[in-house]
Design a protein around this ligand. Structure first.
Ligand SMILES: Cc1cc2nc3c(=O)[nH]c(=O)nc-3n(C[C@H](O)[C@H](O)[C@H](O)COP(=O)(O)O)c2cc1C
Length: 349
């Protein structure tokens, strides 16, 4: 479900002098092929209720759909700042590896929706009873809300009646307003928060600050006492006289890894410096961790079948066996993006 569309996004950034210079009606002219493929499907059966990944704060749920990872990053940032539950909405049939075929399918699905035919998705939620607010995030496709999320809102409209919904989206440069109307029409009985968040390719890098400001504007957030201890989720990788930092996820595998630090390991070069890998002994605890990842440079993952940690220097296609456990901050991955094996020390920040 994740593809890298960075070049497409960069093209939009170049075309748009500012996010405001484009409107929802601008035509989307794709001209960039996909970089990586996705040939995996999710583990749950279509229609089977899917449990959100729980956070410490069960008041909020972040729902998102994302093909190339941008909206997922924003969703994850919201989850991190609110320490709340999160769930990905996935199409029943993964999108095509072939970029043009995928674009054509997106167009067909949008046309079908206009005729009242919603494409099948595999994500179902039993009820939203526990949530005070639901964040709904999606990419903009041809000015509209990406089709999996339209299907989700369509099939869950009655369960979302009376619920407060807040929308966020990512796009190359197009606006969010058409998709806001689509969401309101799909969930006529929900209460929509007026203030939405749109991050375009040129503002995605300001995500952390923009999400924080937006959450403050709409009046949600954690009491100081509820905030997760973010410093405990940082890991340093010391390479010779250089130290790069990584922000780790809050899950059982990371807690297990952090509890073993400091640790010295040799990162073995794998697949022509696509990955740097090592084998923790014993293997890291994987209970309850979310599987499935389309790695991008800097992602720290576990390849479940072999139990090795793999730090990605290059993007790779989605695999349900990959578990993302963290990401190297900034451009730090460049320190590891050299051929050959590298001896490093892992330590807590
Ligand atoms: C089928 C398709 C249609 C798109 N249409 C638009 C568009 O109309 N306007 C725009 O600014 N970006 C458009 N984009 C770019 C995406 O909105 C943008 O890259 C977004 O951040 C992708 O989110 P994701 O990484 O979560 O999938 C389109 C991308 C795809 C794949």
């Amino acid at each position: 479900m994740k593809k890298i569309l960075l070049l497409a996004s960069m093209l939009f950034a170049v075309i748009s002098l500012s996010a405001c210079s484009h409107t929802d009606n601008d035509p989307f002219v794709p001209d960039t092929p996909e970089q990586s493929g996705n040939d995996d499907s999710n583990d749950n059966e279509p229609g089977e209720p899917t449990d959100p990944t729980p956070g410490g704060n069960g008041k909020y749920l972040v729902l998102f759909t994302s093909r190339s990872g941008n909206t997922e990053q924003v969703a994850d940032e919201i989850r991190k700042q609110l320490d709340c539950d999160i769930l990905e909405v996935e199409p029943e049939t993964p999108y095509e590896n072939n970029y043009n075929a995928m674009l054509e399918r997106a167009r067909e699905e949008l046309d079908a929706i206009r005729q009242g035919n919603y494409p099948n998705i595999r994500t179902t939620v039993d009820n939203f009873d526990d949530y005070e607010m639901i964040f709904v995030g999606y990419p903009i496709w041809y000015g509209s809300m990406a089709t999996p999320m339209q299907s989700f809102l369509h099939t869950h409209a009655s369960k979302l009646a009376g619920k407060r919904i807040t929308l966020f989206a990512t796009s190359g440069s197009s606006g969010i307003s058409t998709s806001v109307s689509e969401a309101r029409n799909l969930c006529l009985e929900s209460e929509f928060i007026d203030r939405t968040l749109l991050l375009t390719s040129s503002s995605l890098s300001q995500m952390e600050r923009r999400v924080a400001e937006w959450l403050e504007e709409i009046g949600v957030g954690l009491e100081d006492s509820e905030k997760p201890d973010v410093t405990s989720l940082k890991m340093n990788i010391v390479v010779g006289d250089r130290t790069i930092s990584a922000t780790m996820k809050d899950n059982a595998a990371v807690r297990d890894l952090l509890s073993r630090l400091p640790m010295e390991v040799t990162l073995n070069d794998y697949n022509n410096t696509t990955e740097k890998i090592f084998y923790p002994d014993p293997e890291l605890e994987l209970d309850g961790v979310t599987r499935g990842c389309a790695p991008v440079p800097g992602d720290i993952t576990i390849y479940a079948p072999w139990g090795n940690v793999a730090i990605f220097c290059k993007s790779w296609s989605h695999s349900n066996d990959l578990i993302k456990i963290g990401h190297i901050d900034g451009e730090g991955i460049q320190v590891l993006n050299v051929s050959g094996n590298i001896h490093v020390k892992l330590e807590k920040e």
